[in-house]
Ligand binder design. Structure first.
Ligand code: NDP
Length: 494
């Protein structure tokens, strides 16, 4: 079941939300704990699909600020209206309502908080001992990405024992289990009715679950891909790759793997038999020792942003550098041009090497000048501190720092008054129009934006993942729309 959660603070809001129940939703959950006064019978009557009544306690992450007794009475009132399901909390007074459930089916739920996930199997067995319960629901907060695997095992146990269990993890690290829950046999996964209407951490909207990740379609045969990084909050990759899969009608899904350390990701990669994944900050270098093979470019640049599985071997590639060069060389020739490169991080280092090889005269400027010096010594080019930029003129200025990136969109890596070049190329792609690009254009400097490079690297990645030509226009429109500058619905026409 795909459950659309309605988490509004008024009856008007809840009733209005019923106007846009997603076509793939199988039930709506009314989260009553945020509503002041509510009329459960009216909500049930207006709901076009079965209704679940939930009045989450504060201990389980709910929004109600009243007392326990008051909550209990409200829950009883909601139950008396006869919803299809009522959500009662395990090991609390709520259980006294089980015998009064009548025709309503009982979901017995528990939400172990962060750091207290404990023994989930033991928890499941204790919950399974309760009578009069139709569905068990166990939703811990993921402490690590490996907790997703514990959910998968738990769901397998429930299936063996013939119990209906809804299980997934909360939090950014638990997203994978929300997305794969149905394919692992979970009774349900839950999505918010709208952005900003999330009732739990890590919850996506029902539209994202159904349309972008196609959770009801994902099955045992679905090819799994994803992105490894930390944090992943605003990554566009799931959006563009999933749109591309959908456009080509591929049975494939691209998932976000938010992991602080590579060691916690590796068991997930193995257990889920990932066919390929993108790698982003901070793991592009650190992933290399964990791979069976890396291609020549990645070895040379010391950075991998794409991994594919060939049999049982994992092979690393770098599509960032070739993408950056394609974007630049479509516009101009870099040979013998003076390039001022801001930034000596992963992207800066790889681009500095590639441009140097192409005959550009590169000077690397970095906030930490020692890092720039080590890199320039290794490459055989020049370097300086970020403050040194502007003392010498250049033909091409490239920003490979993260300055100007969302949310710090009012920042610029060097003072606007020092901008003197023929071209400015900003690797930052969110926002696509950075302050650096705007200031450059004001000075009649030609510009190249990071979104072009981002799309180029993603398309090459898609080809590596699937062996198929990437649907470039679809990927572009998906990215543009996610960044908020394409007409709504545009990518559906592609
Ligand atoms: P890294 O973290 O490896 O490097 C970050 C760089 O930014 C370092 O040089 C760092 O300097 C510098 N930096 C960070 N904060 C500041 C600051 N406040 N002032 C000055 N310098 C700062 O990141 P990457 O190299 O992987 O990525 C760099 C940028 O390139 C990011 O914005 C990323 O989104 C973008 N990028 C875009 C791609 C695309 O496809 N368009 C692909 C890859 C990256 P220091 O060494 O002193 O810490």
């Amino acid at each position: 079941m795909l459950i659309q959660v309605i988490f509004e603070d008024s009856m008007e809001g809840a009733l209005a939300a019923l106007d846009s129940v997603h076509a793939d939703a199988d039930a709506v959950e009314f989260r009553l704990d945020r509503m002041g006064d509510f009329d459960p019978a009216l909500l049930i009557d207006r709901a076009p699909i079965p209704a679940i009544m939930t009045f989450r306690s504060r201990e389980s992450g709910g929004a109600f600020r009243g007392g326990r007794r008051q909550r209990f009475e409200q829950l009883r009132r909601a139950l008396q209206a006869g919803p299809a399901y009522v959500d009662l909390e395990f090991d609390t007074d709520d259980e006294r309502l089980i015998p009064a459930a009548g025709e309503s089916r009982v979901i017995l739920s528990t939400h172990p908080p962060e750091g207290q996930t404990g023994d989930l199997e033991d928890l499941f067995r204790r919950m399974a001992g309760r009578t009069g319960v139709e569905v068990l629901k166990i939703v811990p907060c993921a402490d690590s990405i490996t907790d997703n695997l514990r959910i998968r095992s738990l769901l397998a146990l429930a299936a063996r024992e013939g119990r209906s269990l809804a299980a997934f993890c909360m939090g950014g690290r638990g997203l994978v289990s929300r997305l794969l829950a149905l394919s692992w046999g979970s009774w349900a996964t839950y999505g918010a009715a709208r952005k900003g209407g999330e009732s739990a951490s890590g919850q996506l909207t029902v539209g994202e679950l159904a349309d972008l990740f196609r959770v009801k379609r994902v099955g045992r045969e679905t090819r799994l891909f994803g992105i490894l990084g930390f944090p992943l909050g605003h990554s566009l990759s799931p959006c563009i790759h999933n749109h591309a899969f959908r456009h080509l009608d591929l049975d494939a899904c691209y998932l976000p793997f938010e992991a602080e350390s590579i060691s916690e990701f590796l068991p997930v990669m193995e257990e889920l038999r990932l066919e390929g994944f993108s790698v982003t900050l901070p793991h592009k270098e650190a992933i290399i020792p964990h791979l069976d093979e890396v291609d020549e470019k990645s070895r040379e640049f010391g950075s991998v942003n794409t991994v594919i599985r060939r049999g049982n071997r994992h092979v690393g590639f770098n599509t960032d550098v070739s993408a950056a060069l394609r974007v630049l060389e479509r516009a101009l020739s870099v040979r013998d041009r003076r390039v001022a490169l801001l930034g000596a991080g992963g992207a800066g280092a790889a681009i500095a090497r590639a441009l140097h090889q192409r005959g550009a005269l590169v000077t690397i400027y970095n906030r930490s000048p020692d890092r720039a010096r080590r890199l320039s010594d290794a490459i055989g080019c020049r370097s300086g501190a970020l403050d040194d930029y502007g003392k010498e003129s250049c033909d091409i200025l490239i920003n490979a720092t993260s300055v100007g990136m969302y949310p710090d969109v009012g920042e610029i890596p060097v003072p606007a008054g020092t901008l003197r070049a023929e071209w400015v190329f900003d690797l930052v792609y969110n926002p696509p129009e950075t302050l650096l690009l705007r200031e450059a254009r004001k000075r009649s400097i030609r510009t190249l934006g990071g979104l072009e490079m981002f799309l180029e690297q993603a398309m090459e990645q898609f080809q590596l993942f699937t062996g198929k030509p990437p649907p470039g226009a679809v990927m572009r429109r998906a990215a543009e729309r996610a960044l908020g500058f394409a007409a709504p619905g545009e990518e559906r026409d592609a």
